[in-house]
Design a protein around this ligand. Structure first.
Ligand code: UDP
Length: 234
C-alpha cells in the first residue's frame, strides 16, 4: 500500500483499487494550525465511525459523498477525488475565528447561516478568501461554486435538523469538496467533532475539539457522547 498523503488527522493510501483510496483516521489532535498537539487513544476510531454515520445520513438525503465502504475500525475506502484548495465553513452561531476576527461576541445566531471560504494553505494559516478571489485564482469555477453553495445549504438544513433531534446545537463546521474523474464535485474529507462545534443547548458546553483547544474537558468523553447519540438516532 502506497502512502499518498499524510495530514494532521488522517492518512490516504492507494492500495491499487482503481478510482479509490483508503482513508485512515489517526489519534492525533492539533489546534491553532498544529501549534498545539496531542494524542487521544481511540479518537480516530470514534471520528471514523461518526464520519461514516454523517456521510450515510447525507447520502440517504441525496448528497453525493466520497464514502464507499468501511474497511476496519480506522479505515474507509473512499472515492479518489481532486480536493478543491478551498475549505467551506458554515456558521449557525458565532464562535472561534469569527469572534476573534471581528471582535464579535460568542453565540450570535445567524439566520440564514454564513457560508465562508478559506484558502487551504497551511503556510498562510488558511486565510479566509472571498468568492471573487477564489474565482479569479481559478480555485473553483462559477458553476462549481454555485453547486458547492447549494449543496452546502442543503447539508446545513439536514445537519442542523439531525443535531437538534439529538440535543446539540450545530454551531459551525468545515466541509471539503473534491472533483471526481468525470468532473463531478462531491463531498469529501470527514465530518466529525474535529471539524464541527456542537454545544449543549442549555449550558453551551462543548462536545467537540474545543474541549482540547480550550482545555475545558475530556475530548474523548465528548466524542463518545456524540457517537452514542448519533447511533441511537440513525
Ligand atoms: N475547522 C476545521 N478545520 C480547519 C478550520 C476550521 O475543521 O482547518 C472547523 C472548526 O472545527 C470549526 C469551524 O470549522 O468547527 C470553524 O472554525 P473557525 O474558523 O472558527 O476556526 P478555529 O476555531 O479552528 O480557529
Amino acid at each position: 500500500m502506497k502512502k499518498m498523503y499524510e495530514g494532521k488527522a488522517k492518512i490516504l493510501f492507494d492500495d491499487g483499487v482503481e478510482g479509490t483510496l483508503i482513508q485512515k483516521f489517526k489519534d492525533s489532535a492539533t489546534a491553532f494550525n498544529a501549534k498545539k498537539k496531542d494524542e487521544f487513544d481511540g479518537k480516530g476510531v470514534l471520528n471514523r465511525k461518526i464520519s461514516e454515520l454523517m456521510f450515510g445520513y447525507l447520502e440517504g438525503h441525496g448528497i453525493k459523498t466520497h464514502f464507499v465502504e468501511n474497511l476496519d475500525e480506522r479505515s474507509d475506502r473512499v472515492r479518489s477525488v481532486e480536493i478543491l484548495k478551498l475549505e467551506v465553513v458554515v456558521r449557525n452561531r458565532s464562535a472561534g475565528s469569527f469572534c476573534r476576527r471581528y471582535a464579535a461576541p460568542k453565540n450570535i445566531t445567524f439566520t440564514p447561516c454564513l457560508f465562508e471560504l478559506y484558502l487551504k494553505e497551511d503556510e498562510l494559516d488558511d486565510p479566509q478568501i472571498t468568492e471573487d478571489s477564489a474565482l479569479a485564482l481559478e480555485l473553483i469555477n462559477k458553476d462549481q461554486l454555485e453547486h458547492v453553495r447549494e449543496t452546502t445549504l442543503k447539508i446545513n438544513e439536514l445537519m442542523k435538523d439531525l443535531f437538534l433531534k439529538i440535543g446539540f446545537i450545530l454551531v459551525d463546521y468545515k466541509l471539503e469538496f473534491g472533483k471526481t474523474s468525470d468532473g463531478e464535485i462531491i463531498l469529501a474529507d470527514e465530518i466529525s467533532p474535529d471539524t464541527m462545534r456542537l454545544w449543549d443547548p442549555e449550558t453551551l458546553d462543548s462536545y467537540d475539539k474545543d474541549l482540547f483547544r480550550e482545555d475545558t474537558g475530556d475530548l474523548l468523553v465528548g466524542y463518545r457522547e456524540v457517537l452514542k447519540r448519533l447511533q441511537e438516532q440513525l
